[in-house]
Design a protein. Sequence first.
Length: 364
Amino acid sequence: MGVKRIRNNPYYYYQDSIKTKDGHKIITTQICRTDVDSRQLIVMTRAVFFKHLLKILRNMGVAKGSTLYQFHNNPTAVDVHFLEVSKIICEQLLKNISLQERQDLETTIFVSYVHGTTAIEGNTLSKGETYDILISDLSPSNKSRNEIIEIANFNQVKKYLDSYTGELSSKLIKTIHKLAMIGIIDDHGRPIIAGEYRRDMRGIHRSLISVSKPEDIEDHIDQAIDWYNFNRDLKIHPIEIASKFHQMFEEIHPFQDGNGRVGRELLNWMLSKSGYPRIYILREHRNIYLNALDEGNSKNYVPLIDFIIARIMAVLSWIYSKTHIFDAVNTKEYKDMFVNVVGEKTYNGFIQLVRYHNDSNELP
């Protein structure tokens, strides 16, 4: 919320820069004069907020049932229009929660992500122990050095990516690997070569996927980066691009160890660049996730795209349910706006899910 002067009188207003089919556009909605009392301001900002949101949705085209992007491999997990509407509304609502709520939210998702991405690879630390290492700098006494370092290294990965403003590159990929794997030793007690491509043949544990030969890795990574940059300029949906790049990366398997962790970090980085929340993959999702990668190796990318969309929707619905956003989505104004955009049946299904998560202590 900002302030601008109209005919010498100061007014509060909402302003957002959005991406449309014709480029970028500034959306501005006047709220009220700045001389209103605090109670009136709360009432006015809430009422105008939904008007502003609907204006954003209409200008982005999603209010008409269309999206800015198209899938070549059509997902079956969720209606794409509904996904886009939910993401846009969530982005706007997150701007109106407190700093403490935002920090708590980010911490929960970060800890869940790190716990899941390491558990998939066999790390036995609990979510509570993961929290203690990442947030409280406390290490359990009954766990291996490797397992503790695997968790702790993600603080450095996060710090690096939070400040990274560049594009996808082999240097970015190698840096993520170096930060994620430094200090970890292999089964023979030797340090993992961190930040460098492997020099020997490796396979993917419990998978029939063939990986790149060492002499081909650099070329294959460069080709995957070129593919990503080329398709990003087209109208292909960013979730499909991120999903297929993830598939390519895991098939190349460029490093001695840590390919899954680096691949999922790149996946989240790509989703975040497109305005989607970071996803976490819990230990119990492991088989579904690995089976989707196996399908992708046969050029059937839909299961992986479906899986990633399902995880995005899980995070979105949890965000809606666990912050003051929950109070907003239960209002008549929100229902009227959402029904106007996606229909009453879709709204009822989503709000039922949000209310379920609000009553639950478990992450979806």
